[in-house]
Design a protein around this ligand. Structure first.
Ligand SMILES: [Zn+2]
Length: 616
């Protein structure tokens, strides 16, 4: 009977099963809540412990049972969180032979009869201990009738009876039961804490093991102390002098983290062959295809955390610096890679050969990962477009200083200006004083229309120099094209006016505060008048909008359609867009947007920069 005579090997998980809350690691929150309840004398009649398997639910239940029944070494103790471990109750419960503490596994005793037995027993006083304690493991497995029978006892529990339920699937436990229990969620033990725990045990057991090996075991255990100790047992049984990381990796069927990072790096660099070769060598080392992809997903997650400015989990410094390089790809690319990997990981299950499927995922990722993101594509398109802008048509950048007519910059020197830049020169017959006369059906705000000389004067007197205009947006807007005008009114939220300008006007000539147009389409006769009024109000200077019967270019709406088609075709021919279209089957270019377009305010240069930064 003596412990000394038992020389048989005890597995670590049993040998180091915690027998007090002090040796139960990683469950500080639970211990705190319990000790508060104990101090206040507000212990519930029923407890439910939930958490993943191997995390210590049964151990916790037993410690709790001991604490509830412990009477201390001298036999006078009260319920405690620190059971003495020497009194008869503590010892009997540790050996699972206490007459008042009954353990039942609901997985094997699911019926109402089993529960009936408990309920009947609950009506008798405890034989020797303070409380009669029922520990029901995997309580969610009980049948509906068994739950109902149990519920009756829980509704009116005898004073000296406690129930401790444990379950991995709390959602399967009826709410009626849960509402009568004090609930404790057991947390996964964090990697660092687990590693330290393992190191202590390895030391106590005389097992020589590398720190890296312990880290691998901790990670593989996913927070379950029991799993971690079983793995340490397994590793120790391999009989090596010193357990190294590589041995653990082989044992776990995992690729080394460094290897997986290398695969990711190759993918992001577009080195397909390299990625596949690295995968094959990891595979040859015994790593499972599924595990490699899962590890890649994990690393992408860590890299994204770094990219987002959050701190990743505990990784060795060399791996961390490798991950930082990957993080530099930017959140957009990392997110896209995550999508590819996640889909690939899912597909692996259905694939006849997981190995082949994993390689396909890597090929796909290596093809896609280095590609620019949509934001990059737009940027490239913009840079592509700028020099190629057709000279004749009013282009978006036409409102820049040099294209505004120079006479406005120095009204006093108008006489000395070269002929070609004067308003009249743009289209003599159209913008000449005669054309603005009432007979020529010109439209002019009443206050400005008194005489043509007057108009000329007012035009010549328009104040702001173009450069000042661009620099300070608070001054009156300046327009160099009908497009500018339309954009301005759109920015002013004058959507209808903007739409009418785009649809109904063909520009014959455009001068300083003068505009000659052909009106097209129905119900637009009033548009020139309205436009002249709105422009005058906007600029604080009179505008002259005259109507001509013939001539004029395309409407802005027509231009837009043409530009869009052109951009779409041009975009589709860009190699990077072509590959995107190829990779994403059925993808179409539906819209090409300028950076920042859709915002209400005109794009200031620093906004563009900011937009670029965030898109990276
Ligand atoms: Zn005790």
């Amino acid at each position: 009977m003596s412990d000394n005579q038992i020389t048989a090997y005890r597995v670590l998980a049993r040998k180091y099963r915690p027998d007090s809350f002090e040796t139960l690691i990683g469950q500080d929150a639970l211990v705190r809540t319990l000790s508060n309840a104990l101090e206040l004398g507000r212990l519930a009649h029923a407890f439910v412990l939930t958490g993943v398997r191997g995390i210590g639910k049964t151990s916790t239940a037993r410690i709790l049972a001991r604490g509830l029944n412990c009477e201390g070494a001298d036999g006078t103790g009260e319920p405690t969180l620190n059971p003495c471990g020497v009194c008869r109750h503590c010892r009997d419960i540790a050996d699972s032979r206490h007459i008042d503490v009954l353990e039942m596994d609901a997985a094997s005793n699911t019926g109402v009869d089993d529960v009936r037995e408990i309920i009947d027993g609950a009506n008798y006083r405890p034989v020797s201990a303070r409380f009669k304690i029922y520990i029901i493991d995997e309580v969610h497995m009980l049948s509906r009738n068994a739950f109902n029978a149990l519920l009756k006892t829980l509704e009116e529990p005898p004073d000296n009876v406690k129930f401790i339920f444990a379950t991995t699937e709390i959602r399967k436990v009826p709410v009626t039961i849960l509402s009568r229990c004090q609930r404790f969620d057991l947390r996964r033990v964090p990697n660092e804490m687990m590693t330290t725990h393992l190191a202590n045990i390895a030391k106590a057991e005389g097992i020589s093991v590398e720190a890296g090996a312990l880290t691998q075991i901790s990670r593989a255990s996913e927070g379950s102390v029991r799993d971690a100790l079983s793995l340490l047992d397994q590793a120790a049984a391999m009989g090596a002098d010193k357990i190294d990381e590589a041995a653990i990796i082989t044992m776990l069927g995992q690729a080394e983290t460094g290897q997986v990072i290398a695969i990711l790096e190759a993918c992001f660099a577009g080195q397909t062959a390299e990625a596949v070769n690295l995968f094959l060598s990891a595979d040859a080392g015994g790593a499972e295809a599924e595990t490699i992809l899962a590890d890649m997903l994990d690393l992408l997650h860590q890299a994204s955390l770094i990219a987002a400015g959050a701190s990743p989990s505990d990784l060795p410094e060399d791996q961390l610096s490798q991950l930082r390089v990957i993080a530099d790809m930017g959140i957009a690319k990392l997110g896209r890679a995550w999508q590819v990997m996640l889909n690939g990981h899912r597909e692996l299950k259905d694939a006849p050969s997981p190995k082949a499927a994993a390689q396909m995922v890597l090929i796909r990722l290596a093809h896609l990962a280095p590609m620019p993101t949509p934001a990059d594509i737009i940027k490239t398109l913009q840079e592509d477009k700028t020099p190629a802008s057709p000279a004749g048509s009013p282009s978006p950048q036409a409102w820049q200083p040099q294209s505004t007519s120079p006479q406005a910059s120095s009204s006093s020197t108008q006489a000395s200006q070269p002929q070609s830049t004067s308003p009249q020169a743009t289209s003599p017959q159209a913008t000449s004083p005669q054309a603005t006369s009432p007979q020529a059906s010109s439209t002019l705000p009443a206050d400005a229309a008194s005489s043509t000389e007057n108009t000329e004067q007012l035009v010549a007197a328009t104040p702001p120099a173009p450069s000042a205009n661009i620099a300070a947006e608070s001054t009156a807007p300046s327009f160099a094209s009908l497009r500018d005008i339309a954009d301005y009114f759109e920015a002013q939220n004058e959507k209808i006016l903007n739409a009418r300008i785009k649809r109904h006007l063909r520009v014959v000539s455009f001068g300083q505060h003068k505009l000659e147009v052909v009106v097209t389409g129905d119900n637009a006769e009033d548009l020139p008048q309205q436009l002249a009024k709105s422009l005058s109000a906007a600029t604080g200077a009179p505008w002259l909008v005259s109507v001509s019967e013939t001539g004029g270019g395309q409407t802005l709406a027509e231009e837009d359609v043409k530009t869009q088609n052109k951009e779409r075709n041009a975009a589709a021919e860009l190699p990077l867009v072509a590959s995107v279209l190829e990779v994403f089957e059925g993808a179409k270019i539906t819209a090409i947007r300028q950076n920042g377009e859709g915002e209400d305010a005109p794009q200031a240069p620093e906004n563009i920069e900011a937009a670029r930064e965030t898109s990276n």
